[in-house]
Structures are given as structure tokens and as C-alpha cells.
Design a protein around this ligand. Structure first.
Ligand code: ACM
Length: 640
């Protein structure tokens, strides 16, 4: 990689009497040409107010976290020289080093764009606290590397561990295929690890016998160990897989760290999940994840006995799902660039970036997941969070609605599909028709979050709809829209899932509808009381983009708070759920929102160890959870 021609340094300063403070930027010209008449763009989640006070720069425009400034008239930036400018008036204070410019580029006088490298946000005139150690060394109460920890176990550790486990003669083809499947999973996750299984008997190995036990639940399994044979009992393929994964984990730990971990000589494990919905969400709109990265996350989920992959396929920043009826969704709607309808955001710089999943790729991902007992629940986020769809299909906009008549919390103007335009439903009908063919899941998740509370109020068509249908404000319109969406899904044999705000303004028919409580835990109880099924994804515990410590040098978002791994682990989603509502609480889910996720190191730092912590919360009974034991085992997990 060649060095940058420009570098942008940035620092944050508080301002007396101003809640947000300001940024100081210094652009250094590393090229060998003097430049003048240029502009600078940076992307930052810490947005400016509409008219920030600039010193030595001219504010030009902002769109969400895209910010554009011009150098002062007549200014020339010589090779090796720097341009310093100050932008005062931020919507909120910066709290961490990742709250500054995520990317930048220079637009030269001829209109060409050149990327400027950026570093971490510095703190002006204050101590920049280093990041702390987040995970204690941990302490094992028993020497077994199982994660999530089983519901019940009584094991005697062996002195040595088998080279590999192999099926007894006469094992069915189906059971052999199950071994092969977990072996392949292991190999994908630990390319250098010694295989845990062999299909033929192995010197110093141990035999494995499969037992069909119909009284077990589909995801349950039992293991019984003795010196010459292991019995794996299950009633269905999922439980059998979980038993095989448990065996692979036991061997993996014993081999990786024989001081701490042993393979059982004798004893039993009787295991089943705490919740039926054990989810992990991935936002592929803010950042695009290539197919191999998506399947790797699904593999990691299977290793952790998570069973639901919530695939957040559209948002303001991009639409990622190929829809054959609307090719523009994945051309215009999946491209961000300096000269594109969708501007650079969230770490994009001079080069346009494009990314989407073809329907063939989606089918392959869904099949990959199904083979390891992970169900894919697709989400298209409507009616809000739809900037990309509207950029691709401008015919969905009410032409009489004033531009910038409302803004989303992320700063996108007029970003919602309009429920008063019939074409909106025609569009969504065709999208659902294609989704139904791609995704076997019972659920289609339609988002429903964060519609700003003055959305549509400047749309003449929406005003007419309100009058005709007697709808009360934004959320009355939203509820009208959601009810129609629910009918469209049910006509296609699907059940509506959404974020908790789907219940606003009258909501939808609750029976069978599944909503995700993300804003705060109490919301989940209220939704259950209203009759919705609930999955708990509170940002304060389960949003993996949240920062893990308060120190400035710790990276991450902080709008939902600081979420240390110990808090994620200890959080009890069932919390204050009254006994009679517990049946509506289907489970828990990690959410990986990608605004900050610019690279793999970052992903690993934020997602681990909190994803395994949520997996344990999803599987392990409260009485068996143990933070120090978890901490001692968690580093054995595969990384992204
Ligand atoms: C959300 O975090 N907007 C669901």
C-alpha cells in the first residue's frame, strides 16, 4: 500500500457552555504539489450542528456523518505544510478515540478526489486514559472447556485425552454425515487445530456411539463417557450437532491447554438450551461483509450453539439484497461515493464502495446456515432507515413534500418510505415475493425502528391519508403502514418480526408477532404485556458496538452506555418479567451494528468476548452461569 498524499489529524476540545464541544483538524500535504481551491470531506459519527462556527474553513454541507468544508479563499497548502481549522458546535461531545473523523478525502480544484489518511481522535488539553484490561484471568471450578456451559454435568477428568473420536462400526450414514459436518465446521474455524473426529478407528482414540432418545427435546443432547466408549443421545439433528460440538470443544481445550483443561474419563452431560431464540444480528448496510465473512460469523454462531442469524440487509446507508424486480436497489442503493447519490459515510473516502448479495449468494448462505442449524431471519428496515431505497427509487418520494422536512436520529433527511403512496406497497410486495423464495424462515423482520416523530407531516399525500383514515400523527400513520405490511406478509405465509417501535401508535395484531426490545429492558415486559412475543436485545447489554469501558482510548459507540463484558455476561434478560409473561420471552440476541466496524481487528475487539457471553446467557441456566469460569474458557473460541 502506498502512503497517503494527505493526512488529517483531529482532536476534540470541550467548550464552556456548549454541550458538544468542537474539533480541531490539521490537514498535512504529503504530496509534492501545492494545492489551492480544494475542499475537505470527513465522515464522523459525532456530527456538527447545521451551522457550526468554523475558524479558518468554510462549512459547505453535511449529510448524516458526511461533512464538507472548503479551505479559505486564496489559501494554498504547500508540500509538507499543514492547514489547521476548527469546527465548533457538535451535536454531542466526543467520548472515545473513535468519535472523530473515520475517513477523509480532499477534493481538488479540478473535481478529483484524493483520500486523506486519518488517525484516532485525540483529546486536547486533557488526560487521554488508556484502555483497561477487560477480561479477568478467570478461574475454573471444573477442568472442562465447554462454552456455553451445559445445563447439567457430572464428569471425572481423564489424565490424557484421546487423539480423536471415531464412530463405532455400524454407525448410520446419517450419523456419519453429522460427524463430517462438525468436523468440517471445526476445520473452518480452526484451520490449524488437530481434528477432533475421524470416521475410522484411531489408535489412542475413543469410540463414539449414537443413541436415538425420543424423549429428548430437539435441541437437547446427553453424553455419557466411559474409558472405551462415549454415548451421544439425541432425538433430532440439532441436539446431535450440539453434542458433537461439545465433544469437539472438550478435545480442543484439552489439546490447547492441557494444564487447565481435561477430556472426561467418565460421567455425564445432560444439556438443553435455556431459550429457543439464541440470536446474533449483523448490520451489513453500514459496512459490507463479503460472503465468506458472513458465513464465518454463522460458523462461530454454530460453535456457540446460537441458532438465529438476524441479517440486517438494508438501512439508510445501503440496500444489500438483490431484488430482481428493482436492479437499482443494488446499483444506486448499494454504492457510496463522492459523486454518487449516496455520499461517503462511516469510514468511506475517495473511492466509491459497492457491495451487495446476489440471490445465488443469499441461497448459498441460507443453505450453509441451515446445514449447521442456524436459521436466517432477513431484515429490510422500513419505513424509516430507507435513504438507500429512496435514492434508488425516487418515484417512491412524495414530490410535494419539502426536502429536509424531518431528519432521522442519525441525521438522514426525509428517510422514510411514504405510507400514503400506493407504489410503496407495490414495491414492498415485489420485494417480499422475492424474499419469500430466498428465506425459508417463518419470520421476515421489517425493522420499524427510529421513525422520527415528525416524519411525513410535511407530505401532502400523508396528510390526506391521515384525514381519510382518521390517523393520529406520525405513529398513527406508521401503525396503518405496519398493519398493511403484516397483512402482506401473512398473505405470503410469513410472520412479522420487528424492532420494539412497531408497537407504537396502535402497533399491529400482537398474536404471533415477534418484537425485539432494544431501547431498554422494561420495553420487553410492556410488549409482552401487550401480547407480543419478545426477544431481548437491550442496547445497554447486548449491542456489541457499544464501548466496553469508559476510558478515552477504548474504542466504540457510547450512546446506549458503557457495556463491559462482565455486564453483558451477568445481565439477566428475564430480569423483572412477571411469571405469567415469561412464556412470551423467546430469547436473547446480540446485535452487531456496524457503524464503527471498519476492520477485522476492530470487529474482534468489540464482538469478543461479548458474543460468547450472550451465547451463554441464551443457553445456560442462570444457576449454572459463572463469570470467572466463562472468562477462563472464552479465549479458546475462534475469532472472526
Ligand atoms: C435500533 O437500534 N435502531 C434497533
Amino acid at each position: 500500500m502506498t502512503s497517503a498524499l494527505f493526512r488529517l489529524d483531529n482532536a476534540w476540545h470541550p467548550i464552556e457552555g456548549d454541550a458538544g464541544g468542537g474539533f480541531t483538524f490539521i490537514l498535512t500535504n504529503l504530496s509534492d504539489a501545492a494545492v489551492s481551491g480544494f475542499k475537505l470531506v470527513y465522515t464522523s459519527l459525532t456530527r456538527t450542528i447545521d451551522a457550526p462556527v468554523c475558524d479558518n474553513a468554510v462549512y459547505l454541507r453535511r449529510n448524516a456523518n458526511f461533512h464538507e468544508f472548503a479551505a479559505p479563499a486564496g489559501f494554498t497548502l504547500a508540500p509538507g505544510a499543514s492547514w489547521r481549522f476548527v469546527v465548533d458546535g457538535l451535536l454531542r461531545p466526543a467520548r472515545h478515540r473513535t468519535d472523530g473523523a473515520k475517513s477523509a478525502y480532499v477534493t481538488l480544484a479540478d473535481g478529483s478526489h484524493t483520500t486523506a489518511a486519518v488517525g484516532d481522535l485525540m483529546l486536547e488539553g486533557r488526560h487521554s486514559e488508556p484502555a483497561p484490561i477487560l477480561l479477568p484471568q478467570g478461574e475454573l471450578d471444573q477442568p472442562f472447556s465447554l462454552q456455553p456451559w451445559p445445563a447439567a454435568l457430572s464428569l471425572v477428568p481423564g489424565a490424557a485425552f484421546p487423539v480423536a473420536l471415531y464412530p463405532v462400526p455400524g454407525t448410520s450414514a446419517d450419523d456419519l454425515r453429522a460427524i463430517d459436518g462438525v468436523l468440517a465446521l471445526y476445520r473452518r474455524l480452526f484451520a490449524v487445530g488437530h481434528v477432533p473426529f475421524s470416521l475410522v478407528s484411531v489408535h489412542e482414540g475413543r469410540a463414539l456411539r449414537f443413541v436415538a432418545k425420543s424423549e429428548l427435546a430437539a435441541e437437547a443432547y446427553e453424553l455419557s463417557f466411559s474409558a472405551n466408549e462415549i454415548l451421544l443421545s439425541s432425538s433430532a439433528a440439532a441436539g446431535r450437532q450440539y453434542g458433537l460440538v461439545a465433544l469437539a470443544q472438550l478435545l480442543h481445550g484439552a489439546r490447547a491447554d492441557a494444564e487447565q483443561f481435561r477430556f472426561p474419563l467418565s460421567g455425564t452431560i445432560a444439556d438443553h438450551p435455556r431459550y429457543s431464540w439464541r440470536g446474533c444480528h449483523l448490520d451489513v448496510s453500514r459496512q459490507f461483509y463479503p460472503v465468506a465473512d458472513v458465513t464465518r460469523l454463522i460458523d462461530i454462531m454454530a460453535w456457540l450453539k446460537l441458532n438465529t442469524f438476524h441479517w440486517h440487509l438494508s438501512d439508510d446507508e445501503a440496500w444489500r439484497l438483490e431484488i430482481k424486480a428493482y436492479p437499482a436497489l443494488t446499483t444506486v442503493g448499494a454504492t457510496r461515493g463522492p459523486d454518487e447519490p449516496l455520499l461517503p459515510q462511516l469510514g468511506n473516502s475517495a473511492e466509491p464502495v459497492v457491495g451487495y448479495y446476489s440471490q445465488d449468494e443469499v441461497r448459498a448462505i441460507v443453505a450453509h446456515a441451515a446445514a449447521i442449524h442456524v436459521e436466517v431471519v432477513p431484515e429490510i428496515d422500513i419505513p424509516g432507515h430507507s435513504t438507500a431505497a429512496l435514492a434508488a427509487l425516487p418515484e417512491l418520494v412524495d414530490g410535494q413534500e419539502a426536502p429536509d422536512s424531518y431528519r432521522s436520529v442519525q441525521g438522514f433527511p426525509n428517510n422514510a418510505l411514504n405510507p400514503a403512496i400506493e407504489l410503496t406497497y407495490e414495491f414492498l410486495g415485489k420485494v417480499f415475493d422475492e424474499m419469500v423464495e430466498l428465506f425459508p424462515s417463518r419470520y421476515i423482520h421489517i425493522g420499524g425502528d427510529e421513525v422520527a416523530n415528525n416524519t411525513w407531516l410535511a407530505s401532502p399525500l400523508a396528510k390526506k391519508l391521515m384525514a381519510d383514515e382518521n390517523l393520529d400523527g406520525t405513529f398513527g400513520i406508521q401503525s396503518y403502514f405496519m398493519k398493511r405490511i403484516q397483512e402482506m406478509l401473512s398473505a405470503r405465509g410469513k410472520t412479522l418480526a420487528g424492532w420494539d417501535e412497531v408497537s407504537h401508535g396502535g402497533g399491529v395484531a400482537p398474536e404471533g408477532t415477534l418484537l425485539m426490545a432494544w431501547q431498554k429492558p422494561e420495553v420487553g415486559i410492556e410488549l409482552a404485556r401487550q401480547g407480543y412475543d419478545v426477544v431481548m436485545t437491550p442496547g445497554q447489554a447486548y449491542y456489541l458496538d457499544m464501548v466496553q469501558a469508559e476510558e478515552w482510548q477504548e474504542p466504540g459507540a457510547s450512546w446506549a452506555g458503557t457495556v463491559p463484558p462482565a455486564h453483558t455476561y451477568g445481565y439477566e434478560a428475564e430480569g423483572d418479567f412477571p411469571e405469567e409473561l415469561k412464556g412470551r420471552m423467546k430469547g436473547v440476541q446480540a446485535c452487531i451494528w456496524s457503524e464503527h466496524f471498519l476492520n477485522r481487528d476492530y470487529f474482534n475487539h468489540l464482538v469478543f468476548p461479548r458474543l460468547p457471553a450472550i451465547a451463554e446467557a441464551a443457553w445456560t441456566p442462570k444457576s449454572e452461569k459463572n463469570w470467572l469460569r466463562f472468562a477462563a474458557i472464552v479465549s479458546l473460541n475462534p475469532r472472526y
